[in-house]
Design a protein around this ligand. Structure first.
Ligand code: AMP
Length: 447
């Protein structure tokens, strides 16, 4: 079973956010209870392959057998700590770990397995063949099992060996329960959205979201724009945006979208603004705190951030503290300042549009501001809380994009207070854009 256990691992081997691990548990339990010997395979991070430099293009065999040998890299990118976390989560099952993912040593370990046992293989990306979708590497993986399961929606947009080439070699290939759930919700959003449909989009990279936006704009009733990308929209609308980041590569696309969907697109009316130097200072401060936190315990989100938090009921007076370098700006933004969060009136407007969308659909992708810094997190926090309110009032609420789960946690909104939290970042956006999903398409192909 291909899973995506690509999680953050702290210096003390503590696992950070384990949502992606937890989402695979129903399928793990389903298969083991039915007597499967379950072999799990995943990648972790992007281990640097020193040998790639020496590798010759024509030498295919060499290529897939090229395994990372550098001990430092192996230690840094090993999935061993994940096996430990998985054991803790599913207590009743026996999770073993093996420090390779192909070859006789792995086969020997599999031969020893009893029905209901679970074996996690070492990081697939220790072999170049994984990302190259190498046919020999795919064959090696395929010889290990009788049935293939894809429970890794978040990597299903990639044509890698464990997702595509290996799956192709199986007669029996199945979708995991979470992958099925992802497809059901995201297909509904893409093809037949519940109405009224409100899409909330934020973050900074328009490039990543343009496909999904283009596909969904004809179907939405309202598009609420926040985050850094809002300034490109405002600027294209002729509003002065000071030193806020503008994405000129997609400026014309944004201009056209604004003309065509003028009645649907809602832009911020006020902003939290600051100077570039203050933002830089706060970012450095936040990185330092994050590092200290990781060193100390690996986990414990939010422990020190409350001193900057404006959460829930923002008041302009709060903005003079801890530094008057931050202020609320209505309308245009003056030179020398940049928008780092949606302002208080925008928060109120967006929050009521989300929470009052009764029995409709709200999809949220991307933070409303530089939410990593408590002082600029108010907009994101309130959108998270409004999503929960909409859910409690009967709306379907779906959140996607890597940062948005983090934002939910910071706002202390539970995953159970939304209809669906997608495990995919890029995969979710690509799926919504209608792009090819090799890992899913291969499941439907007969051999
Ligand atoms: P993306 O990966 O495109 O979803 O963007 C997420 C990132 O956007 C987060 O790290 C935020 O800090 C950043 N972001 C959101 N709003 C702003 C803003 N107004 N200015 C700069 N960065 C922002």
């Amino acid at each position: 079973m291909r899973v995506d256990f690509n999680v953050t691992i702290g210096m003390d081997n503590e696992i950070g956010e384990d949502y992606r691990i937890r989402m695979t548990i129903p399928t793990i339990e389903y298969l083991t209870k039915r007597g499967a010997k379950l072999i799990l395979m995943s990648h972790l991070g992007r281990p640097k392959k020193n040998e790639e430099k020496e590798y010759k293009e024509e030498d295919k065999i060499q290529q897939y057998f090229t395994r990372i040998m550098d001990m430092e890299t192996i230690k840094q990118f090993s999935l061993a700590p994940v096996a430990k976390r998985l054991s803790e989560l599913i207590q009743m099952y026996n999770v073993s770990f093996i420090d390779d993912c192909i070859g006789p040593k792995v086969q020997k370990e599999i031969d020893k397995m009893n029905r209901g046992d679970i074996l996690l293989l070492e990081n697939l990306r220790f072999y170049s063949g994984e990302e190259l979708n190498d046919s020999n590497f795919s064959k090696e993986l395929a010889t290990l099992a009788d049935i293939y399961v894809n429970e890794a929606f978040s990597v299903s947009h990639r044509k890698h060996a464990s997702i595509y080439g290996t799956a192709r070699l199986f007669d029996k290939k199945l979708a995991g329960l979470n992958l099925k759930k992802e497809l059901e919700y995201l297909s509904m959003v893409k093809d037949d959205p519940v109405k009224p449909f409100v899409l909330v989009i934020g973050g900074s990279k328009i490039k990543d979201k343009i496909g999904a936006l283009g596909n969904l704009l004809p179907k939405v009733d309202k598009l609420l724009v926040g985050g850094a990308m809002a300034y490109t929209f405002l600027n294209a609308n002729g509003v002065k945006t000071g030193n806020s980041p503008i994405d000129y590569d997609h400026f014309q696309w944004v201009k056209k979208a604004l003309l065509k969907y003028n009645d649907k697109i809602v832009l911020p009316i006020d902003h939290i603004v600051t100077s570039q130097s203050f933002l830089k200072l706060k970012k450095e401060d936040s990185t330092l705190k994050e590092m200290k936190k990781k060193k100390k315990e690996g986990k414990q989100e939010n422990a020190n951030s409350s001193e900057f938090d404006l959460i829930s009921s923002p008041s302009p007076s709060l903005l003079s503290s801890p530094s008057s370098s931050v202020s609320v700006n209505k309308g245009s933004i003056q030179e020398g300042l940049l928008g780092v969060d949606i302002g208080i009136e925008t928060v109120q407007q967006y929050s009521s549009m989300i929470s009052q969308n009764r029995n409709g659909l709200v999809v949220w992708i991307g933070p409303m501001g530089v939410f990593e810094i408590g002082l600029f997190r108010n907009g994101t926090n309130n959108i998270a809380k409004s999503m929960a309110l909409a859910f409690w009032r009967g709306s379907k609420t779906i959140i996607g994009g890597g940062d948005t789960l983090e934002a939910l946690k910071k706002a202390e909104v539970s995953e159970l207070e939304v209809t669906h939290v997608s495990t995919g970042g890029s995969a979710t956006l690509k799926f919504l854009a209608g792009d090819e999903m090799p890992g899913i398409e291969i499941l439907n192909k007969m051999n």
